[in-house]
Ligand binder design. Structure first.
Ligand code: KIV
Length: 273
């Protein structure tokens, strides 16, 4: 007899239905132990390509590869039971053509078992989003500050601070929503613009540095836990894990130097001969 364990994760459609309802809770996670903890509170977990900077110490997300995303996606999937897992499509894996995007997204879905992918870009990516959604790939959009475009944006700068920039950003969000995305990340935009995007589009907006006007929020876990050195201005830190790690390491180093090697239960007695 086989025993079946039913895993009832949230789906992209569940997130889609949360428009204008209970706010959507989300965080990034890249590793199994952290993902297991985040799964206790999150509606969806983003395996973000921010892992390039947070885990690998890169200067931007540009060098991140599909293979890196798949390995971390697999780790997060193994450790979670409840949240929808969304895996970022890295730079260079989807922009060339709709077909390239489908090949990459299919690898991510098949090899990780995740429930959705996320890709960056507005109106210019709408045709690709539609192509993927029509072929069974749930897609989350990402507009406003799109970190993969750091080299053309000239840095990680807030978007839409000048009202003249609004029509283009609004058109981006509308195009991606109409193309079938189930939710859209809105990054680093001024509150009134975030509110206007949220009012205009039919799917949930997930803010990151985009105010409480959005339908939910995603933060980079390591930033909000106080694990990373420099965090963006908009991030509230909910802990000082770096401080706690430093204190634990200092105690450890002091104890080793004082020859206090064994812990309370680490002294093995010899087997009787
Ligand atoms: O990669 C990431 O972590 C993201 C969030 C910043 C939304 O895309």
């Amino acid at each position: 007899m086989s025993v079946q364990v039913r895993i009832s994760r949230l789906t992209a459609q569940d997130i889609r239905r949360r428009k204008s309802a209970e706010p959507i809770v989300s965080l990034t996670a890249y590793t199994a132990p952290m993902a297991a903890l985040v799964d206790e509170v999150a509606d969806f977990i983003l395996v973000g390509d921010s892992l390039g900077m947070v885990i690998y110490g890169l200067d931007s997300t540009v060098p991140v590869t599909l293979e890196m995303m798949i390995l971390h996606g697999q780790a997060v999937m193994r450790a979670t039971r409840k949240a929808l897992i969304v895996v970022d499509m890295p730079f260079g894996s989807y922009e060339e053509s709709r077909e390239q995007a489908l090949r990459s997204a299919a690898r991510v879905l098949k090899e990780t078992g995740c429930g959705a992918v996320k890709l960056e870009g507005g109106a210019r990516m709408a045709e690709t989003v539609r192509f993927l959604v029509e072929r069974g790939v749930p897609v989350m959009g990402h507009v406003g500050l799109t970190p993969q475009a750091v080299n053309t944006l000239g840095g990680f700068k807030a978007q839409g601070r000048d009202r003249a920039e609004w029509p283009a950003i609004l058109a981006d969000a509308e195009a991606i929503a109409q193309a079938g995305a189930f939710a859209i990340v809105v990054e680093a935009v001024a509150e009134p613009l975030a509110a206007e995007i949220t009012r205009r589009i039919a799917v949930p907006t997930i803010g990151i540095g985009a105010s409480a006007a959005c339908d939910g929020q995603v933060l980079v876990l390591d930033d909000m836990l106080g694990l990373t050195g420099r965090v963006p201005k908009f991030v509230k830190t909910y802990g000082d894990l770096a401080g706690q790690v430093r204190a634990a390491l200092a105690t450890y180093a002091d104890e080793v130097k004082a020859r206090q090697f064994p812990g309370p239960a680490h002294v093995y007695s010899l087997k009787a001969e």
